[in-house]
Design a protein around this ligand. Structure first.
Ligand code: FAD
Length: 339
């Protein structure tokens, strides 16, 4: 059901870590935000792709779980009372007089004085292996992300792929699952050398079984309940792996989707911005985080945080044209509701 159009100071597209921090930075400058995201829960890549993994390069946190970082960012943003519109993609961005009008896939309309695009890699999704009836197993026996490793306790799991995700989850699930098969089409794995060494050590200890060089061929099961994964080598020899879970890790398909059609200057999968303001070629439309591109850009969460501050300061005169912005530290200014 579509909601009535709402007006706000800043509309943020993307509730990943960088979009969430932008709420705080805008809030500190008295700008209210509505945030829209395709995913059901906030957190972007951190929540959807690696919630259980530790991150080591967030300043002030020697080690923080990706999910925990998102919880902290939500808490930091909360005093500014952002409005979240989840589970809907922004399809259209148009000018409506003084306002930028965003229309979502659910028909919600948000009008804002400025827009911050924190859309990461765009709407992202897994690369699916070309297996017959795959869809009927998805969400029940076939998963592209692991959110709760405990869900795999005592399961027989086939992990397919040769990159970091396949390696990381094979190593982690070796302690939890009853059986872990790792299927890869080459004998050599592409992941971090340390992980490759761990994988081989676990294989030698009999805690996982390497099925190489094999490719997924078909699934056996009924009503979404997987019973076996059939794999095939390059001489057409088959093996039947008894398994009730399949985790294919063949990378992500990343697509900016509708953002490509909004008249913004593109640099491949990203938006060209002026690094001093994070403004795109359209006035009042800023891009930050992974989706922003400029010379020597580092696609790191910490760079995105800094860009959030830059964009908020650049947007302030547009939202409050009659107010001079007096520079103040958060230590001086404080945060609503906090001592
Ligand atoms: P994202 O996290 O990608 O969030 C963007 C959000 O925008 C998504 O939720 C998406 O659904 C939404 N969106 C896109 N288009 C639309 C639309 N049209 N309408 C509505 N919503 C939309 N970085 C580090 O700094 N340190 C690390 O150690 C680190 N480890 C990583 C490990 C892995 C396995 C991966 C995959 C990434 C890692 N990264 C790390 C990278 C880091 O996660 C990204 O730099 C970060 O997530 C970028 O944040 P973001 O908010 O810009 O975008």
């Amino acid at each position: 059901m579509s909601e009535a159009p709402v007006r706000t100071d800043v509309a943020i597209v993307g509730a990943g870590p960088v979009g969430l921090f932008a709420i705080f930075e805008c809030g500190m400058l008295k700008m209210h935000c509505h945030v829209i995201d395709t995913l059901e829960v906030p957190g972007g890549q951190c929540a959807a792709l690696y919630p259980e993994k530790p991150i080591y390069d967030i300043p002030g946190f020697p080690r923080v779980g990706a999910a925990e970082l998102i919880e902290q960012l939500l808490e930091q943003a909360a005093p500014f009372e952002p409005v979240y519109h989840m589970d809907q993609r922004v399809e259209k961005l148009e000018r409506n007089g003084e306002w930028w009008r965003l229309t979502t896939s659910r028909g919600s309309v948000v009008e804002a004085k400025a827009v911050i695009l924190a859309a990461g890699v765009g709407a992202f999704g897994p690369n699916r292996p070309p297996l017959e009836n795959l869809q009927s197993y998805e969400g029940q026996s076939v998963f592209y992300y692991v959110t709760k490793p405990e869900d795999f306790r005592d399961r027989s799991v086939v992990i397919a792929g040769g990159g970091d995700s396949a390696l990381d989850w094979s190593i982690l699930l070796a302690d939890i699952a009853r059986k872990v098969y790792v299927v890869h089409r080459r004998p050599k794995f592409r992941g971090a050398p340390d992980s490759v060494a761990k994988l081989h050590a676990l294989a030698e200890a009999g805690r996982i079984e390497l099925v190489v060089p094999y490719q997924l061929d078909r699934l056996e099961g009924q009503d979404g309940a997987l019973q076996a994964v059939i794999v095939r080598d390059f001489d057409d020899a088959e093996r039947r792996l008894e398994a009730d879970r399949l985790l294919p890790f063949f990378g992500l398909s990343m697509d900016l989707g509708p953002i490509r059609d909004w008249g913004l200057d593109l640099d491949r999968q990203a938006l060209t911005v002026d690094p001093f303001t994070c403004e795109t070629n359209l006035p009042g439309i800023h891009a930050i985080g992974d989706v922003a591109s400029y010379r020597n850009k580092l696609k790191l969460i910490l760079s995105g945080f800094s860009e959030a501050a830059t964009a908020a300061h650049a947007i302030h005169p547009r939202v409050h044209p009659d107010e001079e912005l007096h520079w103040e530290y958060s230590t001086t200014k404080g945060v609503p509701g906090k001592a």
